[in-house]
Design a protein around this ligand. Structure first.
Ligand code: ADP
Ligand code: MG
Length: 455
């Protein structure tokens, strides 16, 4: 462990967190500090550089996939037969006329660091998120908190400065300039009861302070009932929504009424630059991630020199009815997994945490599925992430425990037709959780925000 903050500084850390907006609502909707680690996650500069270098490469990959209608429909069609959510998204995608030459991505590429046979750390991709990436604001505040604490106490290593929010806000401002219309705003799509409200507010306030760009918050239902499409523009409260920024809409829970779907359809059929578009949301599906583990498919989308760099971050991903070899015997993936439940994760096409199946629960579900339901899921090899000691602070209480960390790289990318106008890595997210926890969400209560330090 790199640093231990003296216990008498815990109170100071919590006060700093509360005062600087490192806050969220807990499950009971009380305002609390966001869970955080007192001990930054340490890795080598080379490993960090490797992940950061991959961000623009992955951004471009997602962009190319989102622009390839035949590819998306071909690989998601089967899933849509059994997954109502995917089916509804595809329906909107298919009926969409191309109304907008821009594709805008605010993404995050999530990795765990696995220890290879030579003892070296290797980044392995958990997933690339193309919708509603969380914590750009809270990550900045947490980084400030760590800087404050470690100015008082030697860390031994260098804390890696982090500010993904500015990169994201600058990108949104650039997109608004491209839209080039006075009286325009950002329409931010939100849930009605959002535990992570302040992370969203942080972005809204910076957009206003730095660029005088207003943000209007609406649910998808609000859009259906209060927004209109005029000469192609999406109009909200008398303003043009040049950018529609979805911080909701990634889960079936956000579409409980027909109006919510109507709202999404209205956004998609307007010329508002939606981040993400339905196409980009579909490109981020776990099924697509699985398909890309076949290098022949990957080669269709990325430059030859990048194929290997991307492929070496992948672990095995399989369809349930794919034939695999195990101990010299061939069998279906779903059967092989039964014998090694701790080596795999079963994933549906969902985002937001808490949706995956692990261990016995995975085995039980696999046994109960009928053939038609197979395409709704993919199997992923479990990443054996490096374990490290950390001190976690959750609602004022500390716990020192063996942990694993997930490092995400935020990226922004903007293209007009095939021309890429912006493509950058803009900062990182670290989520540290107890090693015996399977899932990883911060608001879901599994993980704590953290910073990186390097040699
Ligand atoms: P979601 O879209 O819900 O965020 P993820 O694919 O990111 O789904 O998985 C959620 C969490 O489950 C991750 O943050 C990670 O903690 C854990 N997880 C997912 N895939 C793996 C894997 N292959 N190996 C180990 N843990 C995993
Ligand atoms: Mg995730």
């Amino acid at each position: 462990m790199q640093a231990i903050v003296a216990p008498n500084r815990l109170e100071e850390a919590i006060d700093f967190a509360l005062m600087h907006g490192l806050i969220k609502f807990n499950a009971g909707f009380q305002l609390v500090h966001a869970p955080f680690s007192l001990t930054p996650y340490s890795l080598s500069k080379d490993t960090l550089d490797q992940m950061v270098t991959l961000t623009p490469i992955f951004n471009e990959l997602m962009l190319r996939i989102a622009s390839n209608r035949d590819f998306l429909i071909n690989y998601l069609e089967q899933t849509a037969h059994t997954d109502e959510f995917v089916k509804n998204l595809i329906a909107i995608y298919i009926e969409k006329e191309i109304t907008q030459p821009y594709q805008f991505l605010i993404g995050r590429n999530d990795f765990m660091l696995a220890v290879n046979s030579s003892g070296l750390l290797q980044p392995k991709q958990v997933e690339y998120n193309t919708i509603s990436v969380s914590f750009p604001y809270l990550s900045v505040q947490l980084n400030q908190l760590h800087q404050f604490l470690y100015e008082h106490q030697a860390l031994g290593q260098k804390l890696v400065a982090n500010d993904p929010l500015t990169g994201i806000v600058d990108a949104i401002a650039l997109v608004i300039r491209q839209y080039d219309h006075p009286e325009s705003c950002v329409l931010q799509i939100v849930q009605t009861r959002e535990q992570n409200l302040f992370d969203q507010r942080g972005g809204e306030y910076l957009l206003w302070q730095k660029y005088r760009i207003p943000t209007i918050r609406m649910t998808l239902e609000d859009v259906a009932n209060h927004a209109v499409c005029r000469e192609g523009h999406l109009m909200v409260q008398g303003k043009i929504a040049a950018v529609t920024y979805l911080r909701a809409g990634y889960s079936p829970a956000d579409y409980q009424t027909e109006d919510a779907w109507k709202g999404r359809r209205l956004i998609e059929s307007s010329s508002s630059i939606s981040v993400p578009s339905v196409a980009m949301q579909l490109a981020g599906m776990k099924k697509i991630q699985q398909v890309l583990t076949d290098s022949r498919v990957l080669q269709e989308f990325v430059k030859v020199e990048n194929v290997q760099k991307i492929a070496e971050t992948f672990v095995g991903m399989y369809q349930l009815d794919e034939t695999l070899e195990s101990k010299g015997q061939a069998d279906l993936a779903k059967n092989i997994v039964r014998h090694f439940p701790d080596k795999y994760v079963l994933k549906p096409q969902r985002e937001g945490g808490g949706n995956n199946f692990f261990d016995q629960e995975m085995v039980t579900l696999l046994q109960s599925l009928n053939k038609e339901e197979y395409p709704a899921y993919i199997l992923m090899e479990r990443i054996e992430a490096q374990e490290h000691q950390a001190i976690l602070v959750v609602e004022g209480k500390t716990q020192e425990t063996s942990c694993i960390s997930e490092v995400g790289c935020y990226g922004v990318c903007l293209a007009k037709e095939n021309d890429i106008l912006l493509n950058q890595d803009v900062g990182y997210l670290v989520r540290t959780k107890a090693a015996d926890q399977n899932e990883g969400g911060v608001c879901a209560g599994y993980a704590c925000l953290n910073s990186l330090c390097v040699d």
